[in-house]
Design a binder for this molecule. Structure first.
Ligand code: ADP
Length: 654
């Protein structure tokens, strides 16, 4: 077995690989860019080597620097994680050349499967069922139209070098093809330096179900069940689970057999994933093979009991798999939710900044894979994922219940995050019943995500929590200042007022309204972000923070603002004129720090609501800013190429 390995990655996956390596008694070397000098993966590794400046091209994609780091530290092998160089054949080759083992597949398998056209051809030859289409690069838009007509609309235009949903377009007619061919080619050329695109049938309302395969260097190839990854936004996975609620044994075995056949004919070794889309009739079609560890591998680990990183390391060291297909059993159910630094309430704009408070949920059946700790900086340079939250249960319902609970007590302050959105997704009836397709998010949230009202049964709980919090705060003030506590209060929510009597009996705070009273017990103290307690004997948790003179409570997909005031203060508040808000509707501000890539308008131009105004690039993603209303541009304050700070003015309307 190796004594020392280098992890050519950052963030949660670097930490994840380090954890298993440590448990196997293998020393670890981290690499880092200047942006990550204090990152968790650097602190957790035994040694760390600086490999360059923050942009990925100078550091985590810098093959020469990483190979040099491996040589210099005496690493015997390199684990690439996912993303960055994990599917880069030249990287695996460069390591081979200096006698360092690449913990992954052979160079040729990476290269073959990395090209969607080649992969599709190998799959077809291996008897794998592929999406009907035309697996050859297409020369021009008119040829594309002819082929699309032959396949039959709708079709999908895809980049041969594609990944991350880039260079992909759905086309419903000839005009879409002409448009899409041009833009997909352009996008693929920019993203991958390879503009080749091909066409395949667009399968409507499909599910995304993928098979985990594992192959050793001695000819054994097995599959470790499937993961369903149908909950996607813009073709990117958001929530994944294992097993799929849709597959029966027969389909699972058929998909498994095809995945194994493909891995065998690609002469595969290591962990890999064969992705399929599955239609309503459980007909399945090969999409692509990912020649690396997947982001969502933990759900497979939880239901099979295997440690995939350990298997990869053992296989790279030449060991044989010591189990057979019949030993692979799926037990229980696991779900993973990707927690991102983004603002779902503002069209999922990426959010960056310092994580000022970070309290991940803990407990049985909860796993959090993260590369972030309190004080960490989410920067514009890398993927904005904060953590993967994974829960397990004997049944799918139990795993979902655990996920809801874990999301409720996951505290992240300092950057915006999508926890409320994830809670909203898993609360939907169709998610609960397993009735999901890749269109789920678009269908369930057609107008985006604006937060959701607190379910009615939780409204009274929120009032009880705010009242108890106020009482506890007032008690601590009273102890310090020696004042007496009022027992009559007014609870104000959205302009409604509820008189209440708040009192204490030993450990219990009693919140008495007109008709009912609630009894709260808690060990919460002012300043804590999580209010754990019980209300009339029922355990409850809310996230809580001081918000002006009131409280902001968060739970699931809901945020509630409540004030608990002495009657005189409540009266005074009622008489105050509503604060005049400055009129900001005439300006466009940058919603995030980033690079102004292009400006679509000029001074004096008339624009219609929805029209593109400018494009900002941040976190490797392009964000189109659109006009929120009709108007005329009075003045531009920024130009293409400018770096913008958050809230920096970009333009003004007349
Ligand atoms: P990438 O490598 O860019 O991630 P994939 O080929 O893996 O691209 O596809 C990503 C997602 O796009 C799939 O999970 C699925 O939701 C959708 N998709 C891809 N091909 C098709 C198709 N032919 N029909 C319908 N949906 C598709």
């Amino acid at each position: 077995m190796f004594k020392k390995i280098l992890i050519a990655n950052r963030g949660e996956i670097a930490c994840r690989v380090i954890r298993t390596a440590k448990s196997m008694g293998i020393a670890t070397i981290a690499v880092y860019s200047d942006a990550d000098a204090n990152a968790l993966h650097v602190r957790e590794a035994d040694e760390a080597v600086r490999i360059g400046t923050p942009p990925s091209a100078d550091s985590y994609l810098n093959i020469a620097a990483i190979v040099a780091a491996a040589k210099q530290t005496g690493a015997e092998a390199v684990h690439p994680g996912y993303g960055f160089l994990s599917e880069n054949a030249a990287f695996a080759e460069a390591l081979d050349a200096v006698g360092i083992v690449f913990i992954g597949p052979p160079v040729k398998a990476i290269a073959d499967m990395g090209d969607k056209i080649t992969a599709k051809k190998i799959a077809e030859a291996a008897g794998v069922s592929t999406v009907p289409g035309h697996p050859d690069a297409i020369a021009d838009a008119e040829t594309a139209v002819t082929i699309a007509q032959k396949i039959g609309y709708p079709v999908m235009i895809k980049a041969a070098a594609g990944g991350g949903g880039k260079g992909m377009r759905i086309a419903a007619n000839d005009a879409d093809i002409r448009d899409g061919f041009r833009s997909a080619t352009h996008e693929a050329q920019a993203a991958f330096g390879d503009g080749r695109v091909f066409l395949e049938k667009y399968i409507e309302q499909p599910r995304h179900i993928e098979i985990q395969v594992i192959a050793d260097a001695h000819g054994t190839v097995l599959y470790l069940g499937e993961r369903e990854c149908s909950i996607q936004r813009r073709h990117q996975k958001v929530i994944e689970e294992a097993p799929s609620p849709f597959l029966d044994e027969k389909t699972r075995a058929a998909m498994g057999a095809q995945a194994v056949a493909l891995a065998k004919s690609a002469r595969y070794r290591s962990a890999g994933t064969v992705e399929f889309i599955v239609d309503r009739k459980r007909r399945f079609y090969f999409l692509e093979m990912n020649t690396r560890l997947q982001v969502e591998h933990p759900v497979t680990e939880l239901v099979t009991g295997f440690d995939l990183v350990e298997l990869m390391i053992r296989i790279a060291a030449g060991e044989k798999l010591n189990f057979a297909q019949k030993d692979v059993r799926l037990t229980g159910s696991a779900i993973e939710a990707r927690v991102y630094a983004e603002d779902p309430r503002r069209n999922f704009l990426p959010s960056i900044g310092r994580v000022t408070r970070y309290i991940p949920p803990t407990g049985k059946n909860i796993r959090v894979d993260t590369g972030v700790s309190e004080g960490a900086e989410i920067s514009i340079y890398y993927d904005p994922m904060i953590a993967k939250l994974v829960t397990y249960g004997d049944t799918r319902n139990a795993a979902i219940g655990k996920m809801a609970e874990a999301l409720d007590s996951f505290v992240i302050n300092g950057v915006s995050h999508n926890i409320g959105f994830l809670a909203a997704v898993i609360a939907r009836d169709s998610f609960r019943s397993g009735d999901i397709t890749t269109d789920f998010i678009a269908q369930q949230f057609p107008d985006g995500f604006k937060g959701e009202p607190l379910p009615p049964e939780q409204g009274a709980q929120a009032i009880a929590v705010a009242a108890a919090a106020q009482r506890i705060l007032a008690e601590s003030d009273a102890r310090i200042a020696g004042v007496t506590l009022p027992d009559r209060w007014v609870i104000v929510q959205d302009g409604s007022r509820y008189p209440a009597k708040i009192s204490r009996r030993n450990e219990t705070i009693i919140v008495a309204g007109y008709t009912a009273s609630q009894e709260v017990t808690t060990s919460w103290l002012p300043g804590q972000s999580l209010f754990h307690g019980s209300i009339d004997g029922v355990p409850t948790v809310f996230q809580i923070e001081r918000h002006g003179i009131g409280w902001r409570l968060t739970r699931g997909a809901s945020i509630v603002d409540l004030k608990v005031l002495p009657p005189l203060a409540a009266d005074a508040l009622g008489r105050m004129p509503a604060k005049a808000k400055p009129d900001l509707s005439r300006q466009l501000f940058s919603p995030m720090p980033g690079l102004l890539v292009s400006m679509a308008v000029t001074q004096g131009q008339d624009v219609k609501a929805g029209e593109e105004l400018a494009v900002i690039e941040a976190m490797k993603m392009e964000n189109v800013l659109r006009a929120e209303r009709d108007g005329t541009i009075k003045q531009l304050f920024a130009k293409a190429g400018d770096s913008l700070a958050v809230d920096q003015i970009i333009l003004e309307y007349l």
